[in-house]
Design a binder for this molecule. Structure first.
Ligand code: RB5
Length: 153
């Protein structure tokens, strides 16, 4: 079964717990990186994003107050594509068009029932390739260019 990492800060802890239980009930292999425990959203997001980049999990779900700080931080890790979505269509397109391995949502933005629906659409969608593939390849090339520049190559 797909391995899904989940993580939150204080503002996202309650929604994260709800969604993590939902995922477990559906049979997903859920790896819980916690609720921050006094840490800030960048601390949780970078740990989870690095685990995604290292191939430890196929997907990740990150929850903070708005979902924005988690996405901004996760997208700083090369190879990670994180998208904030609070509606089913955006969640679906985040997979189909953008091949986002990480979904972020805001515990202060969306109610648990609506968040579950958004999560369902994201889980049910896969990258469609086709015309979207060259665009995702361009994003990967940007990551590669920065990797090389940072290595001084
Ligand atoms: C609280 O730190 C809040 O700023 C955070 O949860 C998140 O919404 C940031 O993007």
């Amino acid at each position: 079964m797909t391995s899904i990492a989940v993580g939150a800060d204080d503002a996202g802890a309650s929604l994260k717990s709800h969604l993590a239980q939902y995922l477990r009930d559906k049979g997903y292999d859920v790896c819980d990186y916690g609720d921050g425990d006094g840490e800030d959203y960048p601390d949780v997001a970078v740990e989870v994003a690095e685990a995604i980049a290292d191939g430890k999990h196929e997907r990740a779900l990150l929850i903070c107050g708005t979902g924005l700080g988690m996405a901004i931080t996760a997208n700083k890790v090369p190879g990670v594509r994180a998208a904030t979505a609070h509606d089913p269509y955006s969640a679906e397109r985040a997979r189909k068009s953008n091949d986002a391995q990480v979904l972020t949502m805001g515990g202060r933005v969306i109610a648990p029932q609506a968040a579950t629906k958004v999560l369902d659409h994201w889980l049910a969608s896969e990258f469609e390739g086709g015309g979207s593939a060259p665009k995702v390849e361009k994003m990967k090339a940007i990551d590669e260019r920065h990797r090389r520049e940072q290595a001084g190559a």
